[in-house]
Design a binder for this molecule. Structure first.
Ligand SMILES: CC(C)(COP(=O)(O)OP(=O)(O)OC[C@H]1O[C@@H](n2cnc3c(N)ncnc32)[C@H](O)[C@@H]1OP(=O)(O)O)[C@@H](O)C(=O)NCCC(=O)NCCS
Length: 325
């Protein structure tokens, strides 16, 4: 019976669906959404995974409404219980010129397995379908509930990543990599070349994201670039330093050595901290190099795409902050 309740039989499911309404997140929902993200993620990872992800209370998850609303105002959809107004689920999304990225998806544990995530996902895939755009995301390879939510909805896994955590010493990373000395901080003048590089290697365009990171009004972003020939770039990577999230990415590079150069330079900006970054599993030289710097595998993620998927070339370095599938 317990199992049936958790996963929902036909009657339970239809009751849930009729009681659920979708609406956009408003500013006074931020605390409730942060609490939902915190509770749902920690409950799932404590009960089915390696242990809670967030520590320190629900405010740790305010990073999502804060950062995502600054980047994409009005792009969080909530599933709400019609009678009580209680939050049942939330999902952020990032509409772009070439695609829609799906941000963090959460369902309250009381409603796991009753179709809430499927309904939120359909809202976003309907938006993308209306614009004729693919939907892209990175989902955990260790979380079969989310992996299956997406593959069930027609997403196809395209690239696999190792999530690597690297404790950067307070004195900095003394390692060297060819090109590291030439890596420089990006300026807004670099945005067209960044867009061209990413479009060439992955077929997607998101210049507004890189402009947002470089302008850096919130003081949490930085972007490094490596120049190539003829005014083109060879590599770019951003990073975020926020109490709720410390990640290196998103980025792209023509070669594994270019990726190593910008990664090393960007990681070194996080002295005394332990940022996480994602490296494609097939980039064997880069993976070995990252181990030599002290990197440790902490998770695996899968690039999933619903709809057209231009072939990947070079090295892709996705992030979840913001979600950049
Ligand atoms: C992952 C999560 C969002 C799923 O939400 P949910 O509301 O329980 O999911 P749903 O009930 O809508 O079910 C999702 C679909 O996956 C399918 N599914 C689940 N496990 C499956 C499996 N092992 N094989 C095949 N399909 C599976 C379900 O059948 C359902 O598809 P259907 O409706 O077509 O039958 C929820 O567990 C959660 O919030 N977890 C914590 C946070 C998290 O991990 N978020 C995702 C990462 S950002």
């Amino acid at each position: 019976m317990h199992f049936r309740w958790l996963h929902g039989d036909g009657d339970t499911l239809s009751a849930v669906m009729t009681e659920m309404v979708l609406r956009a997140m408003a500013p006074d929902d931020w605390d409730a959404v942060a609490e939902l993200v915190y509770t749902s993620t920690n409950y799932w990872y404590a009960s089915k995974g390696p242990g809670a992800i967030f520590a320190g209370g629900p405010d740790a998850a305010r990073v999502f409404p804060e950062v995502y609303e600054a980047l994409d105002p009005g792009c969080c959809i909530l599933a709400v219980h019609q009678r009580s107004g209680r939050l049942m689920g939330s999902c952020f999304f990032h509409p772009r010129e070439t695609h829609v990225s799906l941000g963090i998806m959460n369902v309250h544990p009381a409603h796991f397995g009753t179709g809430v995530a499927r309904r939120l996902l359909r809202h976003i895939t309907d938006l993308a379908d209306a614009r004729g755009l693919p939907v892209r995301l990175v989902s955990s390879a260790m979380n079969l509930d989310s992996f299956s939510l997406y593959t069930r909805a027609g997403f196809v896994p395209r690239r696999t990543y190792q999530d690597i955590l690297l404790a950067v010493p307070a004195s900095g990373l003394s390692h060297d990599a060819p090109g590291r000395a030439e890596v420089r901080s990006a300026t807004t003048a670099d945005v067209p070349a960044i867009v061209a590089l990413e479009e060439e290697l992955t077929g997607i365009r998101r210049g507004g994201d890189f402009a947002h990171f470089i302008v850096n009004r919130s003081g949490i972003w930085h972007v490094s670039v490596l120049d190539g020939r003829d005014g083109r770039l060879d590599a770019v990577v951003a990073s975020v330093a926020h109490p709720g999230s410390r990640m290196v990415g998103p980025g792209v590079a023509r070669t594994e050595s270019g990726a190593a150069a910008v990664l090393l330079a960007e990681l070194d900006r996080h002295r005394g901290h332990s940022p996480v970054f994602l490296v494609p599993v097939e980039c064997g030289d880069l993976v070995q190099q990252v181990y030599a710097w002290g990197g440790r595998n902490v998770e695996m993620h899968v690039h999933q795409i619903r709809g057209a998927c231009p072939p990947f070339a070079g090295v892709t370095l996705p992030s979840f902050m913001p979600e950049t599938g």
